[in-house]
Design a binder for this molecule. Structure first.
Ligand SMILES: [Zn+2]
Length: 224
């Protein structure tokens, strides 16, 4: 997959369309059955979110994902994951997540993960699956210790507006993360992707141009 490295890659959105000089990865909710056509500035992923984990049966999850994969509409599975605060009951979430992880594995695709107070369970599943495909935790806000553990096990971390909040845990250490393991995203928050690049570039002590190039390289190594 080739994209131009003078663009701002916005790793995770739902409704947001790509703006000027922006490439977005839109995450589709599998239960909505939207018909999409990937283009030069928009890529898609699809999955059953842990908040919606009870909306589709296992058979239906598998059928819908397999169809999207075969039609080459999506470049990753997700957003799926685990959430201890909100969503369907834990067993249902776990079942839906591990099924989607298996489907991703079988098709050689990365997974985009929503993880709330569940990083250890997510890590355990990747280890149990013996998955060699990189997984990405989106809107990551965890501790430095868990960030290090996840990266050591082949995860990428996608960072959101919390890096701009000087009271947040992530803002204190994110500039020590390896630059080849991160992405930036707005999710559906009302924030500007260019502002996030500016904050991150400043903290990493590099130019915005260098950061754009790096993140496009990360995109290429994740999806190729
Ligand atoms: Zn999301």
């Amino acid at each position: 997959m080739k994209i131009y490295d003078n663009n701002f890659l916005n790793f995770h959105v739902h409704q947001h369309e790509s703006g000027k000089e922006e490439i977005v990865i839109q995450s589709l909710f599998l239960q909505e059955n939207r018909i999409v056509e990937p283009g030069d500035t928009v890529f898609y992923t699809a999955g059953l979110h842990p908040w919606h984990a009870d909306l589709l049966s296992g058979t239906e999850i598998e059928y819908r994902l397999q169809k999207l994969i075969e039609e080459k509409k999506i470049i990753a599975v997700g957003e799926t994951g685990l959430d201890k605060i909100r969503g369907a009951n834990w067993e249902t979430q776990l079942k839906a997540f591990s099924l989607q992880a298996h489907i991703a594995e079988k098709n050689n695709l990365p997974i985009i993960i929503h993880s709330v107070k569940s990083h250890n369970e997510v890590l355990k599943l990747k280890i149990n699956l013996n998955s060699k495909i990189p997984w990405v935790i989106h809107n990551f806000t965890g501790s430095e210790q868990i960030a290090t553990d996840l990266i050591r096990h082949g995860f990428y971390l996608s960072l959101c507006h919390h890096i701009q909040n000087s009271n947040s845990r992530i803002s204190e250490y994110f500039n020590t993360l390896p630059l080849d393991k991160i992405f930036l995203e707005t999710d559906d928050f009302n924030v500007n992707i260019k502002g996030l690049y500016h904050t991150a570039a400043t903290k990493f002590g590099i130019s915005i141009e260098e950061l754009k190039k790096q993140i496009v390289m990360n995109f290429e190594s994740l999806f190729n």
